[in-house]
Design a protein around this ligand. Sequence first.
Ligand code: F3S
Length: 405
Amino acid sequence: MYLSDEECGMLDGKSGAGIQRALELLVALGKTFDADRLIPVRRAHVALSGQEGDTYWCELLVNGGAKCVIPATTNPCWDVDYLTKLYEVTDEERGLALRTINVYRRIGAKLTFCCSPGLGTNIPFFGEHAAFSESSATPYVNSVIGARSNRESSVSALASAVIGKTPRYGYHLDENRRGDFLIEVEADMKDDYDWGILGYCVGEAAGSRNPVLVFKNDVRPTKENFLYFGAEAATSGAVAMYHMVGITPEAPTLESAFGGKHVPSAEMSITNGHLEDTEAKLSPGTGPINLVMLGCPHYTYEQILEIERLMNGRRVHSDVKFWVLTDYGSLELAERSHARERLERLGVGLVPDTCIDEPCWKSFEGALGVTDSPKCAYYRERRGQPFAVRRLSDCVEAAVSGRVA
Ligand code: F3S
């Protein structure tokens, strides 16, 4: 792997121990994946997660003098001030969250605490090289925007943020961005939920291959549709790049989606029946619930307004908490329009900066929850709370009745 004189000097520690550690990691990654050199990136997104390993890595770099040299937005952790007042956490859990937030502040990250950066807080241009972690963000910037990022970890994304470079391999190269196999979609795509379930089906079939989707019906996905699709395809599979023919920018035609190579026949055809089977598989049970959790990935302002429309003035059942996780920009809009106030009067809480996979939610564990996101169900179940996965309108009905059918 070629390194410039400046990079060799950094690797020898001439720019400080923090830079040295970060570059060691990028070079090791580059050698592992046969990168020929490092290339500049203009932006990064760091999935900081609030877990000990990620926080330790950031401390190691910043204590060694490293600082972000490009804008690096951050994934959510949890709103420590707000949620600690409502729910039980240990001193250790609270301490780790505060340590995480503080150290990312010290290294110069943009503390956006949002898991959908490509929608607003950190949007690369078409063809731009970037270093994005967060499994739902990477497929969005690669496929919908046409920017170029590998599936970075929080560790490698932060290393890129302080060096301003990434190894040139994987999705930075034309040959790895082409479609690998073809899927026909016959299902009706009605809302974000259908797109999420479709993503889950596609991810299971794809693994880490690049799927190319052709739709039988005329579909025009919204930004939320794309986000839900990619988040789920990266949950059931490891999809970081997909093409939708006639829709996404690197697939104006079927031939271009496959890079001008032979177009294979369709490997599968996804119908409404497939989506229904997947939904049934994802739902462990029915009955009383204690939690409705939406916003994995973070809900946009438009989605918040849709909750209000579906609530239609009804109150959340007294045995149920209803939480919507969102980004600070959407929350600000909800406050300006008084939608937050109106929803909170009905028992629907909005919280910024927060991920579903954090210790602040543990008091709900042991009972059934409802979500519209298979990704949320997947992570919450690992922490001990089963979740039924339902369409948003059904989540709202469950919130009002106190049970999921
Ligand atoms: Fe966001 Fe956490 Fe879900 S980062 S996508 S809320 S797992």
